[in-house]
Design a protein around this ligand. Structure first.
Ligand code: B3K
Ligand code: ZN
Length: 882
């Protein structure tokens, strides 16, 4: 057997169109627990845009080849070459032909959860990015689009439900056997990463849906037997998503059925396979007793996200995997807009920016930084990142901010019209907006090419005599791996100038910029904007709504920030001003020497937060966000280098205690006002009230004030919904050592048969910021409820420890680092994707103080030096150390 050469890094600049195209794929999949037989019939033809006379090279991974023929004639062993990762037909006839291939796979032994595998006995598939090659030999690249017909056959008892992409065509028994079959046909040409099938014993909820143009669609959600009662919210979210996409983007559904299957073992959140989405059941199943408000919001967002991919991703797909953000960034933007319309726009924006800052900013500032559209990769699965998804969404949002809503919609309409059925690129996408609006987007495109979070600095000067206000802006994009120098970006800064009355002044567009629509466009390294007829010294409110994903440094005084926190008409910047004040205090409080640290939290900050808390006109969800002080990782990022996680935690806890003490009366009053015995409803308004109520309780308990702990204990016992019960448990776990163990044991007993609830229990314990936590986490890996084979369990326990417990993961003795490195190595043999994702928790290791930095480096080196690593883990380890 000729060996394939070691896989080389893939480069965007090396892209070539495929030499061979596939028009149709006919699959016959005979499901069997250990020996599933796949018969594939590929109608192929040379690509007129490919190299004439090129060989046929098909990808394959861990496949047992049983037979291969060309135009019905079996191929002699000399007519093809089977490598470890490819099957090559070196001299095929240069015309349309049919290749038939028979392969055998073992779904029960597939622990990587890529390709065909089993989850609690259910057969299911995951093909994105490169899993189809684990089912049959195929040109596994997104620019090969084919029409698929899939016959699935199985034991009727084992898999009474058989689902495929597209529409159902036929189903029946196989006479004289215990087997049955179903045939599915998907009329829409698609890349193989969107292929899916499911076979299992599943219950179903369903609803009819009629599209705007009158197409009747049957919606179905399939879940493990007995769980149909928990799929209602997901079904409702699906219907709302489908209607919203028609109204907001003119996108209608295009098949007779739309099915979603929820499985317990899944590498990520969900997958947008055409007409057959497969979901991590965490993002489908919900009941008031088992799911929190956050779970409901996530279900709504992810159901929408996968559905929206039907147009942005499926009808228009990606030419190559470098273009991943074309579908992901755009689809995240779309799901964020959907949630904003369904819930509170400002609160959603605050939550999204918090996520961006906590996940994407550290990625952009560390060794794993990469552009929204990377230029090279070794393992594409490592690029499903916060940068591609979340920053990718921000870039689309900036486009909308720059062009305005109507022009943005015109560009989107043109994109759907021009590229329906294409495998497209970022250039194609941007050209639609440029053409629809006559805008030159050449410089804007740098957002896709340059990594790193830009730093924008702003300083202003009011000239009393001239009655002018000059705003000086500068931008700098820091160096990132492989990109030492950067060019200036196009940065849209939504802004306002506040007068002493707290209202926006009416200002004319300044010289030197386009300030129409309240947006300043910064597109040079430095720029000054001069506002005329400014009668008083204004307080500028910049980057309103976080219009650009930048770090903003201003010369605003504490008083200015307090003023913005009270008066800004932009709720995001009200929130942001308070966070900036809190952050300044927190960073100072972690100062190098104990003496240099401020002794008390600034009274002004406490007063500002107190006035937010006391303002009954504000949305409770907004107030809860305002009261939630920057996280440990946010503070660490702000400090930047030499970070001591213990000092960070101490500063944060002290501030929270100060808030709880100083605002005790208001917190108790708010807690009591919002403690209403109404039955649980998961809507945004009720969820907002619960989040504020529980935030008040947590601050009280942290401060040991207002009977916080006793109240939390009472709430834990009396709660009729998971949001309250888990929030109370979390307060107890963090602030009431005495009551903690009993409450945790009680919680486990109540929910031991609910794996998704047990995940919360695991995650909470992994987050406790105490030296005993590592031993606790170690012990929990031996607990009956834990399994290394289930990604949800691994992420809940070990992912949370590494990602959300900085003091214990970065223990000064290095034991936290060692433990996570050991886990990565154990996991790598089983599931490389989950292992690599866990290892990425080291991404900010260089910002730690020396002792911890050395220990992180040693752990990373130990991983990197281990022989036989998967490409996934090896890639993360190497880049982290580079
Ligand atoms: N497209 C999938 C992610 C696939 C991840 C492959 N490693 C889900 C989503 O973003 O919608
Ligand atoms: Zn997606």
């Amino acid at each position: 057997m000729p060996l394939d050469p070691e896989p080389q890094p893939v480069r965007l600049s090396d892209y070539r169109p495929p030499d061979w195209l596939v028009d149709t794929v006919d699959l016959d999949v005979r499901l069997h627990p250990n020996a599933t037989r796949i018969l594939a019939r590929l109608a192929m033809r040379p690509n007129p845009k490919g190299r004439p006379g090129a060989p046929i090279v098909l990808d394959g991974d861990e496949l047992a080849l049983k037979a291969i023929s060309l135009d019905s004639t079996p191929l002699a062993g000399t007519a093809y070459a089977l490598g470890e990762r490819t099957l090559t037909i070196p001299s095929p006839p240069a015309r349309a032909l049919v290749i038939e291939i028979e392969t055998l796979v073992d779904p029960s032994a597939n622990t990587s959860l890529m390709g065909l595998y089993r989850s609690s006995g259910t057969y299911c598939t995951q093909c994105e990015a490169e899993g189809f090659r684990r089912i049959t030999f195929f040109p596994d690249r997104p620019d090969v689009l084919a029409v698929y017909t899939t016959r699935i056959e199985a034991e009727r008892d084992e898999a009474p439900v058989l689902l495929g992409n597209g529409n159902p065509v036929e189903a029946g028994e196989i006479p004289g056997t215990t087997r049955h079959y179903a045939i599915w046909h998907d009329p829409w040409p698609k890349p193989c990463y969107l292929f899916a099938l499911v076979g299992g014993r599943l219950d179903r909820v369903s609803a009819p849906f009629v599209t705007a143009s009158g197409r009747h669609v049957e919606l179905g959600i399939y879940v493990e037997p007995g769980k149909a009662g928990r799929a209602g919210y997901a079904l409702d979210a699906l219907e709302r998503s489908m209607r919203w996409d028609e109204e907001a983007f003119g996108c209608e559904y295009d098949l007779d059925v739309f099915n979603i299957v929820a499985v317990a073992d899944f590498n990520m959140g969900a997958m947008e396979n055409k007409g057959l989405n497969i979901f991590n059941d965490k993002y489908v199943l919900a009941s008031p007793e088992t799911a929190t408000d956050a779970d409901y919001a996530n279900i709504e967002a992810i159901i929408a996200h996968e559905y929206f991919h039907n147009w942005t991703g499926n009808r228009i797909t990606c030419r190559d995997w470098f273009q991943l953000c074309l579908k992901e960034g755009l689809t995240v933007f779309r799901d964020q807009e959907f949630s904003s319309d369904q819930r509170s726009r400002p609160v959603k924006r605050i939550a999204d920016v918090r996520l961006l800052k906590s996940h994407q900013f550290p990625e952009d500032g560390g060794p794993l930084a990469h552009p929204v559209r990377p230029q090279t990769y070794r393992e594409i699965n490592n690029f499903y990142t916060a940068t591609v998804y979340e920053k990718g969404a921000e870039v689309v949002r900036m486009l909308k901010t720059l062009l305005g809503p109507e022009s943005f919609r015109a560009g989107m309409d043109l994109y759907f019209e021009r590229h329906d059925g294409d495998a497209a690129t970022i250039e194609d996408f941007l050209a639609c907006f440029a053409d629809a609006t006559g805008t030159d987007l050449t410089q804007f495109a740098l957002w896709y090419a340059q990594a790193g979070t830009p730093l924008v600095t702003a300083s202003g000067e009011w000239d009393r005599q001239a009655r002018t206000y000059r705003l000086d802006l500068a931008q700098a994009v820091p160096p990132t791996p492989g990109q030492p120098t950067k060019l200036p970006l196009v940065i849209p800064l939504a802004f306002g100038l506040l007068g002493a009355d707290g209202h926006d002044m009416k200002v004319l567009p300044p010289d030197g910029g386009n300030a129409a629509h309240g947006v300043l466009v910064l597109n040079e390294a430095r720029q000054s904007f001069l506002f005329r007829n400014v009668e008083e010294r204004p307080v500028p409110s910049l980057n309103r709504g976080f219009s650009a994903p930048v770090k903003l440094g201003t010369d605003l005084s504490t008083d200015d920030l307090l003023f913005l926190a009270r008066h800004d008409r932009d709720p995001f910047n009200r929130f942001e001003a308070a966070q900036t004040l809190a952050m300044a205090h927190l960073v100072a409080a972690t100062g190098a020497t104990r003496e240099a640290r401020p002794s008390a939290a600034p009274a002004a900050l406490i007063e500002a937060l107190g006035s937010v808390l006391g303002d009954a006109s504000l949305d409770p969800a907004f107030v809860a966000q305002a009261l939630s002080v920057p996280s440990e990782s946010d503070i660490a990022r702000e400090i930047g280098r030499g970070v001591d996680p213990d000092a960070v935690l101490a500063a944060r806890t002290t501030l929270r205690q100060a808030l709880g003490t100083a605002l005790g009366h208001e917190l108790v009053a708010t807690y009591e006002r919002l403690s209403v015995p109404d039955p649980y409803v998961p809507d945004a308004a009720s969820a907002g009230r619960r989040s504020l109520k529980n935030m008040c309780l947590d601050l009280l308990a942290t401060a040991g004030a207002g009977d916080g702990v006793a109240r939390a204990l009472a709430l834990y016992r009396a709660a009729d919904n998971m949001t309250d019960r888990f929030s109370a448990l979390s307060t107890l776990a963090h602030s009431a050592r005495d009551a903690r163990e009993e409450a945790l044991a009680d919680f486990y007993e109540r929910f031991r048969d609910e794996p998704l609830v047990v995940d919360k229990w695991l995650a909470l314990q992994a987050q406790i910021a105490e030296p005993g936590t590592l031993d606790r986490v170690r012990a929990l890996t031996k607990h009956a409820a834990f399994s290394m084979g289930n990604p949800n369990r691994v992420r809940s326990l070990i992912g949370t420890f590494a990602g959300a417990n900085p003091t214990q993961f970065h223990r000064a003795d290095g034991a936290g680092h060692s433990f996570v490195a050991d886990t990565v190595l154990t996991l790598d043999g089983r599931n490389p994707q989950v292992a690599a994702r866990l290892l990425a928790a080291f991404k900010s290791w260089r910002s730690l103080e020396t002792v911890r930095r050395n220990s992180a480096e040693a752990a990373l080196k130990r991983v990197a030096d281990t022989p036989g690593l998967s490409p996934d883990v090896s890639d993360i380890a190497t880049r982290s150390l580079a």
